[in-house]
Structure formats: C-alpha cells, structure tokens
Design a protein around this ligand. Structure first.
Ligand SMILES: C[S@@+](CC[C@H](N)C(=O)[O-])C[C@H]1O[C@@H](n2cnc3c(N)ncnc32)[C@H](O)[C@@H]1O
Length: 256
C-alpha cells in the first residue's frame, strides 16, 4: 500500500504511536552491540532515530517506497543511507547489516514472505531480524475506535484485521519460514495522550493509511456521521489511547 502523504501528516497520525513503539521494539529485539542497522519501511523515521542512538548515525540505512517519506528522511537524517525501494527487493547487498527491523510494515507488504526473506538476505549470520505489527485482529490497534465508528456508518470497511502479521503468532511463522532461528514473540504496548476529541479527529483527516483514506473517500455527510459515532465512543477528552503490537525477533543462522 502506498503512503503518498506529507511526512507531517503521518507524524500527527501514526507517528505519535510509532515513536514510543520504536523504543520498546528496539529493546525487545536485543540488538547486537555493533554493526550496521537497516530500517525497512522507515516511514518518517521513528525507528531510524532509535537505531541511530544505539548503533551510531553513520551505521544506519533506511528504505521506503514512499517518495514523500524518502524526501523527508533525507532531510531529517542527512547522515543515513536512505534509499527508495520495497522490502520484497531490498536495494542492498547480502549480509550487510547486524540488525534489520521493520516496524508496522509487514502488513503493507504485497508479499510478506518475500519481504522477510529479503530481510534475512541482507543481514549477516548471527544478526537479528525483527518485525512488529499492531494487533488489529485482537482490536488493540490505535485505530480501533475509529474503525468502530466507521463500521457503524458504512459496510465492508477495511479494519486491517485480515492483514498478514496482525494476529498472534503470524510474525513468528514468517520468521521461522524465512530461515531464522531462536524466534521469540512479545506484545508491546504504548499509550498516547490527546488533549481533546478534536485533536484526535483531526489526525484522521489527512488521508493517512487505510483509516484516513477510507474517511476522506466518504461524502461530507457520512464523515460527519462517523465523527458523531467516534465522539460518542471517546467523549470530549482529554483521553489516552493505548495500543498493542505483536513483535517477533529471530537470529540469522550461520557463522559470524
Ligand atoms: C505504518 S507506516 C510505518 C512507518 C515507520 N516504520 C513507523 O514505524 O512509523 C508503513 C510504512 O511501510 C511502507 N511500505 C509500504 N509497503 C511497503 C513495502 N512493500 N516495503 C517496504 N515498505 C513498505 C510505507 O511507505 C510506510 O512508510
């Protein structure tokens, strides 16, 4: 799925969640002490920033298919090796990285099996490959209240529950099947505060991700109805939205 939106729109929508998630995700991944790290599907750089703090700025590479995100990344992280590309055909040589991570990306890959194999290919033996995806199937993603409001107004919504990696154990299976050893899974939870309902609602209005896209495709009348439904569910605020992701990490087999 393409993310042809401004970096600032993404930051105000999912970036609020992906920034704190990146810290827990990197902790969970038990990153090697040194080497290079790759952020696959880097978006606007939430995880890139964390990896840079842990590995050092000059050791970081990032890749994303979105032109607007790659442009923003190049400005924000001029020292990083930022490239345009897809997980399914990573534009990097074999065994380059000590750690290759994908935060909130697997469920958007057109071929998650190929994407995961590519993540292993570019990682050195003994290196770490890790991924995380919101628990859409368990209704614990940040967008769950929005999807509830949307479903009350229109039929056949895409609430992302069927996407690869959005259920317990799916990322683990992908990592094993790609050839990782020592695969482990965990739940990662973050909480984000909103000053009021309007702040929360505005973040959906920029057409970011399946939630924002479905909203902006509606008539003005239906948008108002979704807003009313969501306001009924959330109240005027302030409130905190907690969200939980499934995360899995594995080790690339072979001699270091
Ligand atoms: C929800 S955003 C996550 C961005 C970032 N990792 C974060 O945690 O904020 C999903 C990202 O995956 C990227 N993406 C979509 N399809 C992809 C693919 N096949 N390979 C790599 N990245 C992809 C999108 O462009 C977008 O930047």
């Amino acid at each position: 799925m393409s993310f042809d939106v401004a970096a600032e729109a993404y930051d105000g929508f999912m970036g609020r969640f992906s920034a704190p998630l990146a810290v827990s995700f990197a902790d969970f991944a038990r990153l090697p002490a040194e080497g290079r790290a790759l952020d696959v599907g880097c978006g606007t750089g939430a995880l890139t920033a964390v990896l840079a703090r842990r590995f050092g700025e000059t050791e970081i590479a990032a890749v994303d298919p979105s032109e607007s995100f790659v442009a923003a990344m190049t400005q924000r992280f001029p020292w990083a090796d930022v490239r345009h590309g897809h997980a399914e055909a990573l534009p990097f040589d074999d065994h380059l990285f000590a750690a290759t991570l994908a935060e909130l990306v697997v469920h958007f890959m057109t071929d998650a099996t190929a994407g995961m194999r590519e993540m292993l290919r570019v990682t050195r033996p003994g290196g770490v490959v890790a991924a995380c995806v919101w628990d859409f199937a368990g209704r614990r993603a940040p967008q769950r209240t929005f999807f509830e409001g949307l479903a009350a107004v229109i039929d056949d919504i895409d609430d992302e529950t069927d996407r690869v990696g959005a259920s317990e154990g799916e990322l683990v299976t992908l990592l094993w099947d790609a050839g990782c050893t020592d695969v482990e899974e965990a739940e990662l939870t973050v909480a984000v505060e909103y000053g009021d309902f309007d702040e929360w609602w505005a973040s959906y209005g920029h057409g970011v991700a399946p939630a924002g896209r479905q909203l902006t495709a509606l008539s003005a009348e239906d948008r108002d109805r979704v807003q009313e439904q969501c306001a009924r569910l959330l109240g005027t605020g302030p409130f905190t939205i907690a969200a939980t992701a499934w995360a899995a990490r594995g080790v690339v087999p072979g001699q270091i």
